[in-house]
Design a protein around this ligand. Structure first.
Ligand code: 2PG
Ligand code: MG
Length: 424
């Protein structure tokens, strides 16, 4: 049995973009004290759970989270005292009921998730287990393949690239550690290439470079060059994943797509699908997230029909880690994979429910960070516990991202020869 909750307390901290976010401390009657911190997105889906912000209160330009902090301290905390930290699902359901809305807009998903994560970590500590083992059990010993975001565009950078994320994925490596090394080397090689062309090597929100390139294609081609120059084989050792985050360049979230940053013009849903086919033919693309906008369910379905047998088509903004939308997607064959973000739905239990639904349907799922992160490494343990085989958590240039990679290295070492590394 785990210890019982004696205190729950929240405070306001800063995330990696310098915006306020919520940290929650949980104490148990066996002496356990832990904390957890909540991430925050920039390219958010319309149907995501609500992140409660203070608005015009003036502090932090209206982005403060003191209301969410107060909701933890005054509304949630008194209800949890005396409960066993191991009763995760009961605690999460109680918070969902206390909130009373489908999108957690009363208490805030940032308040609720902070408590949910801290309760999970407290239970693990109380039992003397690593978080991944507590959440996943002995069965979970696979370290996910990392998708390292090495060129940033879209809402995560102020450059000429429309596609939000270009990721290097070391799927052919023999282990997580070797794979991580190969993409870190690719990242450094990419810097040299950009520099030699007089391009900027400053980084975007997720730590990838954010150069002004002539086209989106040039971003992929430069990454391929970097993979080769670093001594690896594109499509054999390292593949490419994309996150178009297409909602961010579709003003109506569905029928037109404006590639205005790169000067690529205005495209229809069918044009986007044709572009997808050209790129998958030409480049070693493994996964493609949000190739179409969140209300373009039909476009998404056609994209998957054309390319779903060749690559993983991942829904992020369209599914928002919510079983209601994932279920529709499974019925309509909208995609074949789901991006899992804890703060899109707001509790650990509901995130696990989303993963379960994917597994039952034979869909893949990818555990993901947010563009605004903290030093909390919860995500790394969560990814191992969910046994999904792939994680995206940014580049090798920002500590809030590296913290997750380093935690995965630790887990790999802890598992020793029993660690598995593969996906597909
Ligand atoms: O779109 C995404 O997948 C995420 C994370 O990379 O970005 P954000 O957190 O800004 O929504
Ligand atoms: Mg995305």
């Amino acid at each position: 049995m785990t210890g019982k909750i004696t205190a729950v307390k929240a405070m306001e901290i800063l995330d990696s973009r310098g915006n306020p976010t919520v940290r929650v401390f949980v104490a148990l009657n066996d002496g356990t004290t832990v904390s957890a911190s909540v991430p925050s997105g920039a390219s958010t889906g319309e149907n995501e759970a609500i992140e409660l912000r203070d608005g015009d209160a003036g502090r932090y330009l209206g982005k403060g989270v003191l209301k969410a902090v107060a909701n933890v301290n005054a509304v949630i905390a008194p209800r949890l005292i005396g409960m066993a930290a191991g009763d995760q699902a009961t605690i999460d359901e109680l918070m969902i009921d206390l909130d009373g809305t489908p999108n957690k807009s009363t208490l805030g998903a940032n308040a609720i998730l902070g408590v949910s994560m801290a309760v999970a970590r407290a239970a693990a500590t109380s039992l003397g287990l690593p978080l991944y083992r507590y959440l996943g059990g002995t069965a979970c010993r696979r370290i996910p393949v990392p998708a390292m975001n090495i060129i940033n565009g879209g809402a995560h950078a102020d450059n000429s690239v429309d596609i939000q994320e270009f990721m290097a994925v070391p799927f052919g490596a023999p282990s997580f550690g070797e794979g991580l090394r190969s993409i870190a080397e690719t990242f450094h090689t990419l810097k040299k290439i950009l520099k030699s062309r007089g391009l900027a090597t400053g980084v975007g929100d997720e730590g990838g470079y954010a150069p002004n390139l002539a086209s989106n294609e040039e971003a992929i081609e430069t990454i391929i060059e970097a993979i080769e120059q670093a001594g690896y084989r594109p499509g054999v050792d390292i593949g490419i994943s994309l996150d178009s985050a297409a909602s961010s360049f579709s003003p109506d979230l569905g029928t037109t797509y404006e590639l205005s940053r790169s000067g690529g013009g205005r495209l229809s849903s069918s044009d986007m699908i044709a572009l997808g086919e050209r790129w998958v033919d030409k480049y070693p693309i493994l996964t493609w997230e949000d190739p179409l906008a969140e209300n373009d369910w039909e476009g998404f379905r056609r994209f998957t029909e054309r390319l779903g047998h060749r690559i993983d088509v991942v829904g992020d903004d369209i599914f928002v880690t919510n079983t209601r939308y994932i279920e529709r997607g499974i019925q309509e064959k909208t995609a074949n994979s789901v991006l899992i973000k804890l703060n899109q739905i707001g509790t650990v239990t509901e995130s696990i429910d989303a993963v379960r639904m994917c597994r039952d349907a034979g869909w893949r799922y990818f555990i993901s960070h947010r563009s605004g992160e903290t030093e909390d490494t919860f995500l790394a343990d969560f990814a191992v516990a969910m046994d999904g085989g792939q994680i995206k958590t940014g580049s090798a240039s920002r500590s809030e991202r590296i913290a997750k990679y380093n935690r995965l290295l630790e887990i790999e070492q802890e598992l020793g020869a029993t660690a598995l590394y593969y996906w597909k």
